[in-house]
Design a protein around this ligand. Structure first.
Ligand SMILES: [Fe+2]
Length: 341
Protein backbone atom coordinates (compact mmCIF):
# COMPACT_ATOMS: atom_id res chain seq x y z
CA UNK A 1 0.00 0.00 0.00
CA UNK A 2 2.80 2.31 0.95
CA UNK A 3 4.48 1.48 -2.35
CA UNK A 4 1.30 2.29 -4.26
CA UNK A 5 1.06 5.60 -2.48
CA UNK A 6 4.64 6.31 -3.35
CA UNK A 7 4.00 5.52 -6.99
CA UNK A 8 1.07 7.86 -7.07
CA UNK A 9 3.32 10.66 -5.84
CA UNK A 10 5.33 10.48 -8.99
CA UNK A 11 3.79 11.87 -12.10
CA UNK A 12 5.48 10.47 -15.17
CA UNK A 13 4.98 12.87 -18.01
CA UNK A 14 5.70 12.32 -21.65
CA UNK A 15 6.39 15.75 -22.98
CA UNK A 16 5.60 16.73 -26.50
CA UNK A 17 8.71 17.81 -28.33
CA UNK A 18 9.21 21.36 -29.47
CA UNK A 19 8.19 22.01 -33.05
CA UNK A 20 10.84 22.13 -35.77
CA UNK A 21 12.72 19.11 -34.44
CA UNK A 22 14.53 16.63 -36.61
CA UNK A 23 12.50 13.53 -37.35
CA UNK A 24 14.78 11.23 -35.38
CA UNK A 25 14.33 13.34 -32.26
CA UNK A 26 10.57 13.56 -32.56
CA UNK A 27 10.24 9.85 -31.88
CA UNK A 28 11.81 10.25 -28.47
CA UNK A 29 9.89 11.42 -25.43
CA UNK A 30 12.49 12.91 -23.22
CA UNK A 31 13.43 16.25 -21.79
CA UNK A 32 15.87 18.40 -23.68
CA UNK A 33 15.29 21.89 -22.36
CA UNK A 34 14.38 23.03 -18.87
CA UNK A 35 14.02 26.73 -18.13
CA UNK A 36 13.73 28.18 -14.64
CA UNK A 37 13.68 31.46 -12.77
CA UNK A 38 12.42 33.33 -9.74
CA UNK A 39 11.53 36.66 -8.19
CA UNK A 40 8.93 38.07 -10.55
CA UNK A 41 7.03 41.20 -9.65
CA UNK A 42 3.59 40.69 -11.14
CA UNK A 43 3.00 44.44 -11.39
CA UNK A 44 6.07 45.03 -13.60
CA UNK A 45 4.06 44.00 -16.63
CA UNK A 46 6.33 45.69 -19.17
CA UNK A 47 9.50 44.18 -17.68
CA UNK A 48 8.46 40.53 -17.81
CA UNK A 49 10.76 38.13 -19.65
CA UNK A 50 8.04 35.76 -20.86
CA UNK A 51 8.60 36.59 -24.50
CA UNK A 52 12.23 35.55 -24.12
CA UNK A 53 11.29 32.40 -22.18
CA UNK A 54 8.81 31.38 -24.89
CA UNK A 55 11.51 31.92 -27.54
CA UNK A 56 13.64 29.23 -25.82
CA UNK A 57 10.77 26.74 -26.30
CA UNK A 58 11.50 24.79 -23.10
CA UNK A 59 9.84 21.45 -22.40
CA UNK A 60 9.41 22.61 -18.81
CA UNK A 61 9.34 25.95 -17.02
CA UNK A 62 10.10 25.77 -13.28
CA UNK A 63 9.10 28.54 -10.89
CA UNK A 64 11.67 28.71 -8.07
CA UNK A 65 9.67 31.00 -5.80
CA UNK A 66 8.80 34.63 -5.27
CA UNK A 67 6.58 33.92 -8.25
CA UNK A 68 4.58 36.96 -7.17
CA UNK A 69 5.22 39.59 -4.52
CA UNK A 70 2.08 39.22 -2.44
CA UNK A 71 3.44 39.90 1.07
CA UNK A 72 0.02 39.81 2.65
CA UNK A 73 -2.41 37.90 4.84
CA UNK A 74 -5.23 39.07 2.57
CA UNK A 75 -6.03 36.11 0.33
CA UNK A 76 -8.12 38.22 -2.06
CA UNK A 77 -5.07 40.40 -2.63
CA UNK A 78 -2.87 37.34 -3.14
CA UNK A 79 -5.30 35.84 -5.63
CA UNK A 80 -5.43 39.12 -7.56
CA UNK A 81 -1.61 39.15 -7.69
CA UNK A 82 -1.58 35.60 -9.09
CA UNK A 83 -4.31 36.50 -11.58
CA UNK A 84 -2.27 39.44 -12.82
CA UNK A 85 0.83 37.29 -13.26
CA UNK A 86 -1.11 34.55 -14.99
CA UNK A 87 -2.93 36.89 -17.35
CA UNK A 88 0.23 38.20 -19.01
CA UNK A 89 -0.23 37.30 -22.69
CA UNK A 90 3.31 35.99 -23.09
CA UNK A 91 2.97 33.85 -19.95
CA UNK A 92 -0.26 32.50 -21.41
CA UNK A 93 1.73 31.57 -24.52
CA UNK A 94 4.24 29.74 -22.31
CA UNK A 95 1.44 27.79 -20.62
CA UNK A 96 0.23 26.59 -24.02
CA UNK A 97 3.70 25.57 -25.12
CA UNK A 98 5.44 24.12 -22.06
CA UNK A 99 4.84 22.13 -18.92
CA UNK A 100 4.83 24.62 -16.02
CA UNK A 101 5.61 23.49 -12.47
CA UNK A 102 7.00 25.20 -9.40
CA UNK A 103 7.36 25.87 -5.73
CA UNK A 104 7.29 29.02 -3.64
CA UNK A 105 9.57 31.24 -1.58
CA UNK A 106 8.77 33.89 1.02
CA UNK A 107 7.03 36.66 -0.95
CA UNK A 108 4.49 34.35 -2.59
CA UNK A 109 4.23 32.23 0.57
CA UNK A 110 3.12 35.29 2.51
CA UNK A 111 5.82 37.74 3.55
CA UNK A 112 9.50 38.63 3.54
CA UNK A 113 11.67 35.93 5.18
CA UNK A 114 8.67 34.19 6.77
CA UNK A 115 8.49 30.54 7.80
CA UNK A 116 6.00 28.33 9.64
CA UNK A 117 4.71 31.20 11.75
CA UNK A 118 2.79 32.67 8.80
CA UNK A 119 -0.91 32.18 9.70
CA UNK A 120 -2.40 31.85 6.20
CA UNK A 121 -0.10 29.12 4.90
CA UNK A 122 -2.83 26.61 4.04
CA UNK A 123 -4.92 29.11 2.11
CA UNK A 124 -1.79 30.46 0.42
CA UNK A 125 -0.69 26.95 -0.62
CA UNK A 126 -4.03 26.33 -2.34
CA UNK A 127 -3.71 29.60 -4.25
CA UNK A 128 -0.21 28.57 -5.37
CA UNK A 129 -1.45 25.19 -6.62
CA UNK A 130 -4.38 26.88 -8.41
CA UNK A 131 -1.93 29.28 -10.07
CA UNK A 132 0.26 26.35 -11.16
CA UNK A 133 -2.72 24.25 -12.24
CA UNK A 134 -1.39 21.35 -10.17
CA UNK A 135 -3.40 18.32 -11.29
CA UNK A 136 -6.29 17.59 -8.93
CA UNK A 137 -5.12 13.95 -8.82
CA UNK A 138 -1.66 14.95 -7.58
CA UNK A 139 -1.12 13.69 -4.03
CA UNK A 140 0.52 17.01 -3.18
CA UNK A 141 -2.96 18.52 -2.79
CA UNK A 142 -3.62 16.19 0.16
CA UNK A 143 -0.46 17.15 2.05
CA UNK A 144 0.47 20.19 4.07
CA UNK A 145 2.95 22.40 2.26
CA UNK A 146 3.87 22.77 -1.41
CA UNK A 147 6.44 20.03 -2.06
CA UNK A 148 6.00 17.96 -5.22
CA UNK A 149 7.96 15.69 -7.53
CA UNK A 150 7.79 15.00 -11.25
CA UNK A 151 9.49 12.45 -13.46
CA UNK A 152 10.00 12.92 -17.17
CA UNK A 153 11.30 10.51 -19.80
CA UNK A 154 12.34 6.87 -19.63
CA UNK A 155 15.04 4.34 -20.56
CA UNK A 156 18.20 5.95 -19.31
CA UNK A 157 16.93 9.46 -20.09
CA UNK A 158 14.80 10.06 -17.04
CA UNK A 159 14.97 13.32 -15.17
CA UNK A 160 13.41 13.61 -11.76
CA UNK A 161 12.49 17.06 -10.53
CA UNK A 162 11.98 17.48 -6.81
CA UNK A 163 10.37 20.73 -5.74
CA UNK A 164 11.09 21.45 -2.08
CA UNK A 165 9.01 23.60 0.22
CA UNK A 166 11.44 25.67 2.31
CA UNK A 167 8.73 27.88 3.91
CA UNK A 168 5.71 26.03 5.32
CA UNK A 169 7.67 24.05 7.93
CA UNK A 170 10.70 26.33 8.39
CA UNK A 171 11.64 27.24 11.93
CA UNK A 172 12.17 30.83 12.95
CA UNK A 173 15.08 32.89 11.76
CA UNK A 174 16.48 35.75 13.83
CA UNK A 175 18.14 38.78 12.29
CA UNK A 176 20.58 41.41 13.47
CA UNK A 177 20.55 44.85 11.86
CA UNK A 178 23.06 47.24 10.24
CA UNK A 179 23.47 45.49 7.99
CA UNK A 180 20.52 43.12 8.20
CA UNK A 181 22.09 39.69 8.77
CA UNK A 182 20.45 36.29 9.35
CA UNK A 183 21.57 34.48 12.51
CA UNK A 184 22.41 30.79 12.36
CA UNK A 185 19.67 28.64 13.93
CA UNK A 186 21.80 25.75 15.15
CA UNK A 187 18.95 23.33 15.93
CA UNK A 188 16.32 24.66 13.55
CA UNK A 189 14.77 22.74 10.67
CA UNK A 190 13.67 23.72 7.18
CA UNK A 191 11.63 20.82 5.78
CA UNK A 192 9.70 19.21 8.65
CA UNK A 193 9.57 15.45 9.34
CA UNK A 194 6.92 14.53 6.75
CA UNK A 195 8.76 16.29 3.96
CA UNK A 196 12.05 14.72 5.08
CA UNK A 197 10.71 11.17 4.86
CA UNK A 198 9.01 11.95 1.53
CA UNK A 199 12.33 13.35 0.24
CA UNK A 200 14.22 10.23 1.27
CA UNK A 201 11.86 8.08 -0.80
CA UNK A 202 12.06 10.46 -3.74
CA UNK A 203 15.86 10.45 -3.71
CA UNK A 204 15.99 6.66 -3.67
CA UNK A 205 14.03 6.45 -6.97
CA UNK A 206 16.09 4.04 -9.05
CA UNK A 207 14.46 5.16 -12.31
CA UNK A 208 16.11 8.58 -12.21
CA UNK A 209 19.17 9.28 -14.38
CA UNK A 210 19.37 12.92 -13.38
CA UNK A 211 17.89 14.56 -10.29
CA UNK A 212 17.15 18.27 -10.08
CA UNK A 213 16.13 19.75 -6.74
CA UNK A 214 14.37 23.12 -6.64
CA UNK A 215 14.67 25.19 -3.47
CA UNK A 216 13.62 28.81 -3.09
CA UNK A 217 16.70 29.66 -1.02
CA UNK A 218 20.27 28.81 -2.01
CA UNK A 219 21.59 25.43 -0.91
CA UNK A 220 25.35 25.76 -1.44
CA UNK A 221 26.27 29.45 -1.08
CA UNK A 222 27.11 30.08 2.57
CA UNK A 223 29.07 33.31 2.81
CA UNK A 224 26.40 35.98 2.28
CA UNK A 225 24.21 37.41 5.06
CA UNK A 226 20.77 36.57 3.66
CA UNK A 227 18.57 33.48 3.64
CA UNK A 228 20.30 30.19 2.79
CA UNK A 229 20.35 26.56 3.89
CA UNK A 230 23.57 27.35 5.78
CA UNK A 231 21.46 29.27 8.33
CA UNK A 232 20.12 25.85 9.39
CA UNK A 233 23.26 23.68 9.61
CA UNK A 234 21.46 20.61 10.98
CA UNK A 235 19.04 20.61 8.04
CA UNK A 236 21.82 21.18 5.53
CA UNK A 237 23.85 18.27 6.91
CA UNK A 238 20.74 16.08 6.88
CA UNK A 239 20.12 16.95 3.21
CA UNK A 240 23.70 16.13 2.28
CA UNK A 241 23.54 12.84 4.20
CA UNK A 242 20.36 11.85 2.36
CA UNK A 243 22.10 12.50 -0.95
CA UNK A 244 25.16 10.49 0.08
CA UNK A 245 23.05 7.57 1.27
CA UNK A 246 20.49 7.41 -1.54
CA UNK A 247 21.74 9.00 -4.76
CA UNK A 248 23.94 7.34 -7.36
CA UNK A 249 23.29 9.67 -10.29
CA UNK A 250 24.12 13.33 -11.02
CA UNK A 251 22.11 15.77 -8.92
CA UNK A 252 21.93 19.56 -9.11
CA UNK A 253 20.09 22.27 -7.21
CA UNK A 254 18.10 25.06 -8.81
CA UNK A 255 17.59 28.07 -6.54
CA UNK A 256 16.38 31.66 -6.64
CA UNK A 257 15.63 34.40 -4.10
CA UNK A 258 18.84 36.40 -4.35
CA UNK A 259 18.27 38.96 -7.13
CA UNK A 260 21.57 37.80 -8.55
CA UNK A 261 22.44 34.71 -10.54
CA UNK A 262 25.47 32.50 -10.13
CA UNK A 263 26.73 28.93 -10.25
CA UNK A 264 28.13 27.37 -7.07
CA UNK A 265 30.01 24.08 -6.93
CA UNK A 266 30.79 21.83 -3.98
CA UNK A 267 32.51 18.45 -3.74
CA UNK A 268 30.58 16.52 -1.13
CA UNK A 269 32.69 13.82 0.45
CA UNK A 270 30.96 10.48 0.06
CA UNK A 271 28.99 11.45 -3.07
CA UNK A 272 30.57 10.64 -6.37
CA UNK A 273 29.51 13.64 -8.47
CA UNK A 274 30.20 17.33 -7.89
CA UNK A 275 27.18 19.21 -6.55
CA UNK A 276 26.09 22.32 -8.42
CA UNK A 277 23.68 25.02 -7.34
CA UNK A 278 22.31 27.00 -10.27
CA UNK A 279 20.87 30.22 -8.88
CA UNK A 280 18.67 32.30 -11.18
CA UNK A 281 17.10 35.54 -9.93
CA UNK A 282 15.41 37.96 -10.69
CA UNK A 283 12.97 37.88 -13.57
CA UNK A 284 11.97 41.52 -13.15
CA UNK A 285 13.95 43.32 -10.47
CA UNK A 286 17.76 43.43 -10.42
CA UNK A 287 19.70 43.97 -7.20
CA UNK A 288 20.21 47.72 -6.70
CA UNK A 289 23.95 48.13 -6.33
CA UNK A 290 26.45 45.75 -7.88
CA UNK A 291 28.52 45.28 -4.74
CA UNK A 292 30.56 42.09 -4.63
CA UNK A 293 28.60 39.24 -3.06
CA UNK A 294 30.84 36.83 -1.12
CA UNK A 295 30.63 33.18 -2.21
CA UNK A 296 33.77 31.06 -2.17
CA UNK A 297 31.90 28.27 -3.99
CA UNK A 298 30.97 30.48 -6.95
CA UNK A 299 32.41 29.49 -10.29
CA UNK A 300 32.08 32.11 -12.99
CA UNK A 301 30.59 35.58 -12.67
CA UNK A 302 27.90 37.11 -10.51
CA UNK A 303 25.06 38.05 -12.87
CA UNK A 304 23.19 41.21 -11.94
CA UNK A 305 20.71 42.00 -14.77
CA UNK A 306 17.24 40.43 -14.94
CA UNK A 307 17.45 36.89 -16.25
CA UNK A 308 16.22 33.32 -16.29
CA UNK A 309 18.18 30.09 -16.81
CA UNK A 310 17.95 27.57 -19.62
CA UNK A 311 19.37 24.08 -19.11
CA UNK A 312 19.83 21.79 -22.08
CA UNK A 313 20.29 18.14 -21.21
CA UNK A 314 22.41 16.07 -23.58
CA UNK A 315 21.58 12.38 -23.26
CA UNK A 316 24.01 11.15 -25.93
CA UNK A 317 26.40 9.49 -23.47
CA UNK A 318 25.95 7.18 -20.51
CA UNK A 319 25.72 10.14 -18.13
CA UNK A 320 23.73 13.29 -18.93
CA UNK A 321 25.67 16.45 -19.77
CA UNK A 322 24.23 19.87 -18.99
CA UNK A 323 24.55 23.09 -20.88
CA UNK A 324 23.38 26.07 -18.94
CA UNK A 325 22.85 29.65 -20.00
CA UNK A 326 21.50 32.71 -18.25
CA UNK A 327 19.29 34.70 -20.60
CA UNK A 328 18.39 38.36 -20.19
CA UNK A 329 16.35 41.00 -22.02
CA UNK A 330 16.15 40.62 -25.77
CA UNK A 331 17.47 37.06 -25.32
CA UNK A 332 20.98 38.29 -24.53
CA UNK A 333 23.11 35.42 -23.20
CA UNK A 334 24.65 36.79 -19.99
CA UNK A 335 26.69 33.70 -19.15
CA UNK A 336 26.93 30.12 -20.28
CA UNK A 337 28.40 27.09 -18.65
CA UNK A 338 28.57 23.35 -19.23
CA UNK A 339 28.74 20.36 -16.90
CA UNK A 340 30.06 16.93 -17.89
CA UNK A 341 29.50 14.29 -15.26
FE1 LIG B 1 12.83 35.07 -1.44
Amino acid sequence: MRYLTYLSLIIAVSCSQPKKQQATEEKEHFIQTIAFGSCSRQDKVEDQLWKEVVAENPNIWIWLGDNIYADTEDMAKMKADYDLQKSHPDYQALLKQSSVIGTWDDHDFGGNDLGKEYPMKDESRDLLFDFLDVDQKNEAWNRKGAYQSYRYGSNGKTVKIILLDVRYFRDSLLWTMNPKTAQVNMDGDILGEEQWSWLEEELSDKEADLILIASGIQVLAKDHRFEKWANFPKAKTRLFNLIKENVNVPLAFMTGDRHISEVSKFDLEGYKFPLYDFTSSSLTTPWGEQSEDPNELRIGPTIYPVNFAVMKVNWANSKPALQLKFVGKESEVLHDFSVDY
